[in-house]
Design a protein around this ligand. Structure first.
Ligand code: SF4
Ligand code: SF4
Length: 354
């Protein structure tokens, strides 16, 4: 088995066809002729992956589907005595081995945040955990940072291999692919042939060049404390998020946002319990059964989003910032709210006496 192979550009389709027969495969693809953007979709023969730019809709949905059935249930009445009822439960078994081909480093980095919440207690989410264990990532080195990216500011970078099993480096005529983990090794021989010395050198140089890049210059020192001093400063939050539309797009495109809701869909005596993405930017998210809502306006909701990522989460999880600097929320926000500006200004003129 080789630790590095070369896939010629003209063979990529055949290689992916072969891979998709061995493992469930997701790739980033153009969202459609009349649509903009790139989204991760299940691979089908003929689909050309888009590897040279970040996706709009990321592989979050592979690990945490936008809507997933947690289980189905059925009430079974005793024919002799209908007042006696049993409940029959059936869990899905949709956890087959999966490969996400063409993720970017920030896509993969986001799952480190998910891991802390879903797999490292105090409660373990079995659905997420099983998918996480069964999913491999083939990540492409990121050559196209744009003005919204700031991954280096949050401890990552365009050549960050953390969490990836394969590393894809575009070189002339194709891709050099390297196995980063033992899980990748069994697939290598089927991917391509050994790279030439020139291809290996080109890939190494590309990796080194990209690794030197500093993407973004957000200063996050003391953001935990700065946020606290700003918490009560309504005028500050009004200025930062006053125009927010509460549309929730920033959370749906975010690799580190994991809010969900659970609902039962029932017909007759049968039903399904569903988990679906939700957003802390929606006014109903924190509404309590009593009618009280602790975050009644968009000001409190936006403040919570910033605080969760840059203050509460790092305070709770050993300094881990719940943001991978992908910039998707900045690019997608219809009113151009820039989370970097909010965080940058947290400590500027912050006053503990306000
Ligand atoms: S908060 Fe924005 S920049 Fe940070 S991970 Fe989420 S979408 Fe990306
Ligand atoms: S995308 Fe912008 S407008 Fe929409 S909820 Fe997020 S911050 Fe508000």
């Amino acid at each position: 088995m080789s630790a590095k192979v070369f896939i010629a550009q003209e063979n990529l389709g055949t290689v992916l066809d072969g891979l998709s027969r061995k493992i469930r495969l997701w790739v980033p693809a153009s969202a459609g002729e009349d649509k903009h953007g790139v989204e991760f979709v299940p691979y089908r023969p003929g689909l050309a992956p888009v590897l040279d730019r970040q996706s709009t809709i990321l592989p979050k949905k592979v690990m945490l589907p936008q809507v997933e059935k947690l289980f189905s249930y059925e009430y079974l009445k005793n024919p002799e005595d209908p007042s006696k009822v049993r409940v029959k439960l059936e869990e899905p078994e949709d956890f087959e081995p999966t490969l996400v081909f063409g993720a970017h480093p920030c896509d993969v980095k986001g799952f480190f945040v998910f891991d802390r919440v879903f797999t490292q207690g105090p409660f373990v989410d079995g659905y997420y955990k099983k998918r996480r264990e069964n999913t491999l990532f083939a990540t492409v080195v990121c050559q196209e940072a744009d003005s919204a990216c700031f991954c280096s500011s949050v401890g990552s970078g365009p050549a960050d291999q953390a969490g990836s099993d394969f590393w894809i480096m575009p070189v002339e005529g194709g891709y050099v692919v390297e196995a980063l983990t033992d899980r990748a090794l069994p697939f290598m021989d089927a991917l391509g042939t050994a790279p030439t010395e020139a291809q290996e050198t080109a890939a190494k140089e590309l990796h080194e060049q990209v690794a030197r890049q500093q993407v973004g210059n957000l200063d996050l020192q003391d953001s935990v404390e700065s946020f606290k001093t700003r918490f009560e400063q309504t005028a500050y939050w009004q200025a930062m998020a006053g125009q927010c539309l509460s549309c929730g797009i920033c959370t749906y495109v975010c690799p580190t946002c994991y809010c969900f809701t659970i609902s039962d869909e029932m017909k007759g005596l049968k039903g399904e319990r569903l988990r679906s993405w939700d957003s802390c930017m929606f006014c109903t998210y924190t509404a309590e059964a009593s009618g009280h809502n602790p975050r009644p306006t968009k000001l409190e909701r936006y403040r919570n989003r910033v605080g969760h990522k840059f203050s509460y989460f790092p305070e709770k999880y050993d300094g881990m910032i719940a943001c991978c600097g992908c910039g998707r929320c900045i690019r997608s926000c219809p009113v151009s709210i820039d989370i970097r500006k909010v965080v940058q200004e947290l400590k500027e003129n912050a006053c503990v006496c306000a």
